[in-house]
Design a protein around this ligand. Structure first.
Ligand code: ZN
Length: 409
């Protein structure tokens, strides 16, 4: 039976969003948390962008050390041969790739402006797919940018050519958030019926329909017998009005009316949602809206008489799912007395105190000094106080951390 998988694109679409920045350490922590949450794949960055390279290679090292266990790390490139060549030269252990090119009349006419025509697009894409395969890619997704505004016959021709060239799936990009749940269902059904190609669903929220469209697209794939891969971002960030929120998509598949037969990848563990969402909010510097599904402050709050009374009598009166399932409900301790924080100018004694509280032990003084010095760099790198997991990461993987902090402009 067909399944639904999740590909989180926070470390690609999320970070290319205006006003959203993540340090390479923060991107790394997000990959680690996504892995713990059982997410299928993280689009972890751009293998043709020089400041990404140490981070990308270091994260693939985390995979080989089994610090990232099941999560696939995939790169995003343009579907042109020079990008494929550069990607495998820069990141030799890369195994998963998405290749992107525009397929709509609008973009072919007004973006490429004569540089590429319809046949040229397909030629560039198929050559790129073949080269990626030859270079060692184990799974390739081909992205049709602006798929929702592309002519259906051309889209089908494009997907057929991608399949023939050796691509494993096709990414239906609703780049401008133009689709509705009805149109995306019909269009993905038509493409899958004609090509039998597994499909990634990449939606944007310009009309406020992003989660509904993503679910509807996955339903179309499932109903036509192929796997689907919904693209998500943590806390719904992403270009302009955002991508599909990771937690909302999971909740909709688990608890949506009539969704019981649509099976999500069984590894997904919603229990990590609270921690991941809060970490990302801190890293982005963007609060989680109080009405955010599942992880917002009001998601399980009741005040009015009838609702409070009803929720107290039986949670199912006014709650669709349990807060415990999202990893909520544990008391969180906030120190209100003396607090030794660490920063880029902290001294050794302060760091030692903080690491002792985390129960991190050092073999000897030399090792302690080395880790503490690296923790200083981590602070320079993040420009905000480190969270406990970041401090532990630096202590557990000092050489990888060193690589992540290194950029050579
Ligand atoms: Zn996008």
């Amino acid at each position: 039976m067909a399944k639904i998988y999740l590909i989180d694109v926070t470390n690609r679409d999320g970070v290319q969003t205006s006003r959203i920045c993540l340090s390479k350490l923060q991107k790394t922590m997000i990959n680690i948390y996504l892995d713990e949450m059982g997410i299928f794949q993280s689009e972890f960055g751009f293998p043709t962008t020089s400041h990404e390279l140490n981070y990308l290679n270091a994260n693939l090292e985390l995979v080989s050390k089994n610090a990232i266990k099941n999560l696939r790390l995939s790169g995003w490139v343009r579907a042109i041969k020079p990008d494929i060549e550069a990607a495998f030269k820069n990141v030799p252990k890369l195994k998963y790739l998405n290749l992107s090119i525009s397929t709509s009349d609008q973009m072919i006419k007004h973006k490429f402006q004569g540089k590429l025509d319809y046949a040229g697009i397909i030629k560039s894409m198929t050559e790129a797919v073949k080269l990626a395969k030859k270079s060692g890619a184990q799974a390739i997704g081909v992205n049709a940018e602006d798929a929702s505004r592309s002519r259906l016959e051309y889209l089908i021709e494009f997907v057929e050519a991608a399949k023939e060239a050796g691509a494993d799936r096709f990414r239906y990009c609703d780049t401008l958030g133009f689709d509705t749940p009805f149109s995306i269902y019909d269009r993905i059904s038509a493409v899958v019926e004609a090509t039998n190609m597994p499909v990634e669903i990449h939606c944007h929220n310009d009309l406020g329909l992003v989660v509904a469209n993503s679910i509807s697209g996955a339903k179309a794939a499932f109903d036509n017998g192929v796997d689907s891969y919904i693209n998500t971002c943590i806390n719904g960030v992403g270009e302009r009005a955002g991508n599909a929120d990771l937690v909302s998509v999971i909740l909709a598949i688990f608890y949506g009316s009539g969704m019981q037969k649509y099976k999500l990848d069984s590894k997904v563990n919603l229990k990590k949602a609270w921690k991941l969402s809060k970490y990302a909010s801190y890293a982005f510097g963007i609060p989680i809206p109080i009405n955010h599904p599942g992880v917002g402050a009001n998601a399980f709050a009741h005040e009015s008489g009838i609702h409070a009374d009803g929720a107290l009598k039986d949670r199912r009166n006014y709650e669709l799912y349990n807060y415990e399932e999202l990893g909520r409900g544990e008391p969180e301790i906030v120190d209100t007395g003396r607090n030794i924080t660490v920063g880029e100018y902290s001294g050794i004694k302060g760091f030692r105190n903080v690491y002792e509280r985390l129960a991190v032990k050092f073999k000897n003084d030399k090792e302690a000094r080395k880790i503490l010095e690296l923790a200083r760099y981590a602070n320079v790198h993040n420009q905000k106080p480190l969270v406990e997991d970041e401090l532990k990461f630096v202590a557990n993987y000092p050489e990888i951390a060193r690589k992540i902090f290194t950029m050579n402009p």
